[in-house]
Design a protein around this ligand. Structure first.
Ligand code: ADP
Ligand code: ZN
Length: 608
């Protein structure tokens, strides 16, 4: 007989996972975190987006007596979670500025009766004297603080009201508390522990790899066209996000995509509030929307079936890139992160840093982060290992992930020693006064009024064997390797001390050849028969109509993975339905008959 209480906890937790949520196995760290909380220990969980953080407190909340308090920063986020829990048959509620007075009464009543399992609440409400006094008389089983990095000024999402949560955590210090975030850096982590009084918490840091995301980086040639081609390759119903670095560009790209019959919407902080919220709502409710956005479209985007995130401009740091690209594929299904970049992006970002109000120290940090980002774009190693190394995990750069452009189609290297020597000496001979375009014109022997005075130099025309595009790629790679830099104001190329060493030591340099790689393939490579396609469309339509009538996002009814399994297995009995990913008892009770009816239509046709 098994007498280990830990195993007892876990087997009950596993039953809940299956019967309520329709999942068969825990994801990494879920079981450990659930066990710790059930043993009344506090936890700090650092897990990447999509790792399944919510389950870590939802299951203990269901297993313990009393109500669990969940602090969440955004109303939309709370409402989605509550809707999903309710569909799974769990009594959950949200308390925020949009909650009607009669609902507030019902919530208070349910809490006193002990029948509410989870209460989602905004931080500013959770720390009011009234609320604190009220919950003192209630049996509280657990406190969960979602997006806990909001306590830290180091992150992008600092919210002063999060700091006040210490009132809650100190007053209820004997109740297990879990702080959750996808931001892993050390300073943020220290801030969370410090401001939320979590010194005794057990810390769980899950690996940051997002294995289901494929990374592809392309050189910008005609960004708009490249983007369109990429989106078109992703199929009609693929939902995605396109990030741009400016509001104007967001508007421009969204309009362009609409003209090209893509269902695109803009999102940026300069838009009228109502329209912005409306666009966000449509993104989360409808199938196949492409949101074109600035960074303002950020926290709280928890739509699990985003199939791609495209960056039409280079992000200013690896952390930002990781965070934004990580919004793809939270459901664990394959997804793509696509980045299109050029040297101009890098120059503009450097100017932005220079012109910002930040201190010199802060600016230097930003320059370093930006340099790392460029190096990531230019690397010939596995993108994934490179990314994870930047995030602080130690990975061997020579391992292959087989799910990034460099692993799938390794870049071809060539001996660029002579080319680099020509480039460096051209820059030197022109007294480091010319910009990239001018230096390339000199190398290629192109006479323009601007560079007439340099025609007599020995370097004039010595590089005509490479095209302009090839030279640009060589320049970028030299910047990424730290041989060259560009002056922020005059944009003149100049040599770094490393370049001098390079010229002296005459070492060989290998660079990669720029070329149009990547045959586009969609992120989801599942192929269906015609009949299956029809079933897929019928189920999708049913899902959309059901979502509309219940006023919840489509993914709350069921996820894309569930959809795919339904098409694959065409369940027509309750037993078969229980084998499908993501369908728990409550959903099967509510929708099982309708789903089976649709599947039967197609199964019968198939048999006929
Ligand atoms: P996070 O908050 O970490 O970004 P979520 O909690 O939103 O992630 O979970 C992402 C998706 O994974 C959700 O659709 C969730 O239902 C699903 N999920 C969570 N745990 C599991 C599991 N053990 N097995 C399968 N799917 C899971
Ligand atoms: Zn790789």
């Amino acid at each position: 007989m098994d007498t280990n209480p830990q195993n007892d906890f876990l087997s009950s937790a596993r039953i809940l996972l299956h019967d309520t949520f329709g999942y068969t196995d825990f994801r990494p760290f879920q079981a450990e975190i659930i066990t710790a909380l059930l043993q009344k220990r506090s936890v700090l969980a650092l897990m990447p987006t999509g790792a399944g953080k919510s389950m870590c407190y939802q299951i203990p909340a269901l297993m313990a007596d009393g109500v669990s308090i969940v602090i969440s920063p955004l109303i939309a986020l709370m409402d989605d979670q509550v809707a999903a829990l309710r569909l799974a048959g769990v009594n959950a509620a949200a308390l925020h500025s949009g909650t009607q007075p009669e609902q507030v009464k019902k919530i208070a009543n349910d809490m006193q009766q002990g029948c509410l399992k989870l209460l989602y609440i905004a931080p500013e409400r959770a720390v009011t004297q009234r609320f604190l006094d009220f919950i003192t008389q209630i049996n509280i089983s657990l406190i969960a603080i979602d997006e806990a990095h909001c306590v830290s000024q180091w992150g992008h999402d600092f919210r002063p009201e999060y700091r006040r949560l210490s009132v809650l955590t100190t007053r209820f210090h004997n109740i297990p508390t879990i702080a959750l975030t996808a931001t892993a850096d050390l300073r943020t982590r220290d801030d969370i522990v410090h401001y939320l009084y979590l010194q005794n918490a057990q810390i769980f840091i899950s690996p940051f790899d997002r294995a289901n995301i494929e990374y592809r980086i392309v050189e910008k040639n005609n960004g708009k066209k490249q983007l369109l081609k990429f989106i078109q390759s992703q199929g009609k119903n693929a939902c995605g996000i396109v990030y741009c670095n400016s509001r104007k560009k967001v508007e421009n790209i969204a309009a362009f995509l609409c003209e090209e019959k893509i269902n695109a919407l803009p999102y940026h902080a300069g838009m009228d509030n109502e329209q912005r919220q409306n666009n966000q709502r449509r993104f989360s409710l409808e199938d196949g929307i492409v949101m074109v956005a600035t960074v303002a479209f950020g926290m709280g985007i928890d739509k699990p079936d985003v199939r791609f995130v495209a960056h039409l401009d280079m992000p200013p740091s690896i952390e930002r890139f990781y965070q934004e690209s990580g919004r793809a594929g939270r459901d664990g299904q394959s997804a793509i992160s696509w980045l299109c970049y050029g040297l101009n992006d890098w120059v503009l970002l450097r100017q932005r840093i220079e012109e910002s109000q930040a201190s010199v120290e802060q600016k230097n940090i930003e320059y370093i982060k930006l340099a790392q980002m460029l190096a990531f774009c230019e690397t010939t190693d596995c993108r994934r290992q490179y990314l994870l190394n930047c995030l602080g995990e130690k990975h061997n750069l020579h391992n292959k992930c087989d799910n990034c452009d460099n692993c799938i189609e390794p870049p071809t290297l060539f001996d660029a020693t002579v080319a680099v020597q020509k480039l460096l000496s051209a820059i030197y001979r022109c007294q480091q006064r010319l910009n990239v375009g001018q230096i390339i014109d000199i190398l290629r022997g192109k006479i323009t009024p601007e560079i007439q005075e340099y025609q007599g130099l020995s370097v004039f025309g010595v590089g005509s064997e490479y095209s302009e595009r090839q030279w640009r790629s060589i320049v970028r790679q030299c910047i990424a390797k730290g041989y060259l830099n560009i002056a922020i104001h005059q944009l003149a190329l100049h040599l770094t001390p490393t370049a001098a060493d390079l010229l002296k030591n005459k070492q060989n340099i290998h660079l990669h050849i720029p070329y149009e790689k990547h045959q586009f393939k969609p992120s989801h490579t599942q192929f269906f028969t015609e009949r299956q396609e029809k079933l897929l469309n019928a189920l999708r339509l049913w899902r959309r109509q059901t979502a509309e009538s219940q006023q919840v996002p489509a993914f709350v009814i069921f996820s894309d993975k569930t959809l795919t399994q339904l098409v694959e297995y065409m369940p027509t009995t309750a037993f078969e339905l229980h084998q499908i990913y993501g369908l728990g008892d409550a959903k099967i009770n509510a929708f099982g008959e309708e789903i089976m009816a649709i599947c039967r239509q197609f199964k019968n046709v198939q048999a006929a």
